[in-house]
Design a protein around this ligand. Structure first.
Ligand code: ATP
Ligand code: MG
Ligand code: ZN
Ligand code: MG
Length: 439
């Protein structure tokens, strides 16, 4: 990218989260991820990757303002630092010709996929009902969303196709900020208006229908809405269970399912007892889950260690660098985190390693998965078409290839830990007061 030739007209509004706003290039498969901060705040500590001309950023922020959802406008785009992340646009994978059928990309923010088993957990309910399901009651009680989502992450992370199917169906029904669908780079399905009503599922099915009529042995080219939805979810489940590339262990190995059923999930207990195999260890879900489980102490067990680190830093401020409290999150950092000892020897090093592990786990609890589904090239083109795209996996029955990526991997700041403890207490209290008592 030539920074001196940046023109806001080449970029358009794409999407935004709580922390950043993303614009995409109108031609090239690139996005710019810009930071945001509370509208009344003037301080911002950006993580710089590309430097942009301030005039470009200013014009861009004016140009896209009217496209931003109102519920996200409590924060303004950072127009002062001139810094942004420049990333590949994961909703328009480059390897597909623009003339071909546009890929369908599904973004899932799966959240916490396990129940804590730490001895430090003080409330029994936390070992029976998952954090996401409890948090839903809190969010509805506080007016963040009008309706509770019946999605349960433990079902998605189960590796059991029926449970995963069930989880995704509930993500579709109440997407909140956990589910989006893009077609050819354009968002066609999401909870746009925060607490407003559900998005139009018929419109989604209308978009999806042509993708599932092809090569699917459907007589007369007719499919009921339910069949389209089922096929779509099945293809997505396949993509999520496929190997995510890299060194993820043997393909056939599956992590045991363990104590991973949430009492708040509507998926019947009875069905769960049969035929659960756990996640293939090379799948993207398994990797996210393993990383989330670095939070082995739970916030309740971690908090005293956080206090030990804080106390130490007050006494020895210079150790902030040695303990890599503010990064850099490099190889050395990861090695230290991995070789951290199991036993608490009372040292600040032990406490810092546990705090780092917790922060990495928090990042994995907040990241998103982007699954790109591409209708397979026709039989005759197979040899040439697929040989150059080896990393795409083929699901012949559904005639789709998929590639799965992870996004939104921001490191979480140290000072978010006390907030996490308070939030945990509030969520549990609210659940015991309202949700736990409801049928
Ligand atoms: P959160 O509130 O979930 O923490 P965030 O503010 O950290 O979100 P991101 O999730 O990184 O921001 O980005 C916001 C949205 O922009 C994403 O949900 C996704 O829809 C879109 N997006 C982000 N990065 C990319 C990318 N590389 N390609 C395509 N779309 C992207
Ligand atoms: Mg996000
Ligand atoms: Zn749950
Ligand atoms: Mg984020």
């Amino acid at each position: 990218m030539e920074m001196d030739r940046m023109d806001e007209n080449d970029w358009k509004y794409h999407e935004e989260g709580n922390k950043s706003l993303v614009v995409c290039h109108v031609q090239h498969c690139r996005v710019l991820r810009l930071l945001k901060y509370p509208a009344e705040d003037s301080e911002n500590p950006p993580q710089e990757v590309v430097r942009l001309p301030l005039e470009f950023v200013r014009q861009l922020s004016i140009k896209i303002q009217h496209q931003r959802p109102a519920w996200r406008c409590d924060k303004v785009m950072d127009i002062y630092s001139g810094c942004a992340l420049c990333l590949p646009n994961l909703t328009t994978p480059t390897q597909y010709q623009p003339t071909a059928t546009p890929p369908i990309c599904i973004e899932i923010k799966p959240k916490w996929g396990f129940l804590p088993s730490s001895k430090h957990v003080s409330r029994d309910i936390k070992t029976r009902v998952c954090r996401y399901c409890m948090h839903q009651h809190y969010k509805v009680a506080n007016g963040k969303w009008k309706r509770r989502s019946l999605y349960c992450p433990l079902d998605l992370f189960s590796g059991n196709r029926q449970r995963m199917h069930f989880a995704i169906r509930h993500l579709i029904e109440e997407p909140q900020n956990n589910f989006k669908v893009f077609k050819g780079g354009q968002c066609i399905y999401s909870s746009k208006e925060g607490s407003e009503g559900s998005p139009d599922m018929n419109a989604l099915l209308h978009h999806l229908r042509p993708y599932f009529l092809r090569g699917n042995n459907r007589v007369n080219g007719h499919m009921t809405a339910k069949a389209v939805l089922n096929d779509f979810i099945q293809v997505l489940v396949n993509a999520l269970l496929s190997p995510a590339g890299g060194d993820g262990g043997p393909l056939t190995h599956r992590a045991p399912e363990g104590r991973s059923f949430c009492e708040a999930s509507l998926f019947s207990n009875e069905r769960v007892r049969h035929g659960s195999q756990g996640l293939p260890s090379s799948s993207v879900l398994s990797r996210i889950l393993q990383t989330q489980m670095l939070d082995a102490l739970d916030i309740e067990g971690l908090y005293p260690l956080y206090c030990r680190v804080e106390q130490h830093l007050q006494d020895f401020p210079k150790d902030r660098t040695r303990l890599q409290i503010d990064g850099p999150y490099d190889q050395n950092f990861l090695e230290n985190v991995q070789k951290s000892s199991m036993e608490d020897d009372g040292s600040v090093e032990y406490a810092a390693a546990k705090v780092h592990q917790y922060r990495i786990a928090m990042t994995a609890k907040d990241c998103s998965i982007m699954a790109a589904l591409v209708p397979s090239v026709k039989e005759e083109d197979d040899d040439e078409g697929l040989s150059s795209q080896k990393h795409l996996r083929d699901f012949r029955p559904q005639a789709f290839s998929s590639s799965v990526s992870i996004l939104d991997l921001d490191p979480k700041p140290l000072d978010s830990i006390p907030r996490q403890l308070r939030l945990d207490q509030k969520i549990v209290a609210c659940y015991l007061r309202t949700g736990g008592a409801l049928p």
